[in-house]
Design a binder for this molecule. Structure first.
Ligand code: ATP
Length: 343
């Protein structure tokens, strides 16, 4: 449904040029949700803006449902854009219009008859759970409600494709989950193809089928969400995954932990499991084999596509030799081992 072929975008400033996208190609099949994740400045916004030609690529082709947008006349492009909805981080609602007025806006632009507009607006507000807010103004709504209005507005013209530009970045975690659920629901009910950009792996994990990682204007990794989570290839993908796993040392441990061993102290170890690592039962195996006790301090293990991955912080008690042998054993099972300190 969405096909980008060799997209390059270069911005020219007075004496310099910025290469925002270099030779980016990607495909999003009909009805799928693809998340593009990247750090600040990686080129995410430029990429998503190239899909509806809000930003014209310096070179390359943008095909939506088989039609090459870069070759359309401006009138044909305006028409084609009605099939591409977009929602933004800061909602972009018209403050002088009510909720119903905002949702009606694109229908008024396309000269839809008034009674049809009324019916469609009521339907859409029902869909996004805002039927009781039709006559409110955006300033009286919460961030989550504003994003619901923006979603209803963009669905008004029955787009085939929905572009989400950091759509949940201004929302708290609970509201983020609710908006992501709404997007997933829309995707499933209407088979709308969604391309979203984000800097949060949790957004990708919540609703995407596939993920692409962008860095310095290049797509460096791509796969199903479970493949990339279980077997990340690039350091950047690993970093994003690690940042979505919260296995932090509790404050009480932070205060007690010392960088060097002393007297009877024992090590606090961080174990990172990925798809290549052995199962988490490895802790009891090591315990039996090497006469060590493993006390789990905190852990976040996840399970996607038949593989477990995640992070575990443990405190190991045993003789120095047995402890070292157990750590070597973990390493031999493809678990990444880091000594955080001693308590
Ligand atoms: N209109 C512009 N003129 C000049 N340079 C630009 C323009 N828009 C983007 N850039 C540059 O292109 C690069 C990619 O920017 P882009 O906004 O696409 O990144 P991003 O991944 O969306 O970042 P963020 O998450 O911070 O929004 C950056 O170096 C940026 O400074």
């Amino acid at each position: 449904m969405i096909e980008l072929k060799n997209i390059t975008k270069t911005f020219y400033k007075k004496n310099s040029k910025v290469s925002a996208l270099s030779n980016v190609s990607l495909v999003v099949p009909k009805g799928k949700i693809l998340g593009v994740i990247g750090a600040s400045g990686a080129g995410k916004s430029t990429l998503i803006r190239c899909v509806n030609l809000l930003e014209r690529p310096t070179s390359g082709d943008v095909l939506i449902d088989g039609r090459n947008l870069t070759q359309l006349s401006s009138a044909a492009l305006a028409k084609a854009r009605r099939e591409i909805g977009m929602i933004f981080q800061h909602f972009n609602l018209l403050s002088s219009r009510t909720v119903a007025g905002n949702v009606a806006f694109p229908l008024e632009l396309s000269n839809t008859p008034a009674d049809e507009i009324r019916k469609r607006v009521a339907e859409l507000l029902e869909l996004v759970g805002l039927a009781d807010k039709a006559n409110e103004y955006p300033s009286n709504l919460s961030g989550g409600q504003k994003q619901r209005v923006a979603i209803a507005r963009t669905l008004a013209t029955n787009p085939k494709v929905l572009l989400c530009d950091e759509a949940t970045s201004a929302l708290d975690p609970a509201t983020t989950r609710a908006i992501l659920n709404l997007l997933k629901d829309i995707n499933q009910r209407f088979h709308i193809t969604i391309l979203l950009i984000t800097h949060e792996m949790n957004v990708v994990k919540a609703i995407c089928d596939e993920v692409a990682v962008i860095s310095e204007g290049r797509l460096i990794e791509r796969g199903t969400v479970s493949e990339v989570f279980a077997y990340p290839e690039t350091a950047i993908a690993k970093q994003f995954i690690a940042s979505s796993l919260h296995a932090a040392l509790p404050a009480e441990y932070e205060q007690r932990v010392s960088p060097t061993p002393a007297g009877n102290s024992h090590p606090v170890i961080k174990l990172e499991f990925n798809g290549h690592s052995a199962e988490a039962t490895i802790l009891s195996e090591a315990s039996r084999k090497f006469n060590v006790d493993n006390n789990i301090i905190s852990a976040q293990m996840d399970y996607t596509g038949g593989v477990k991955y995640g992070v575990m912080l443990i405190e190991v008690t045993g003789s120095e030799k047995d402890t070292q042998n157990s750590l070597e054993y973990y390493r031999s099972k493809q678990i990444e081992v880091e000594v955080l300190g001693y308590v």
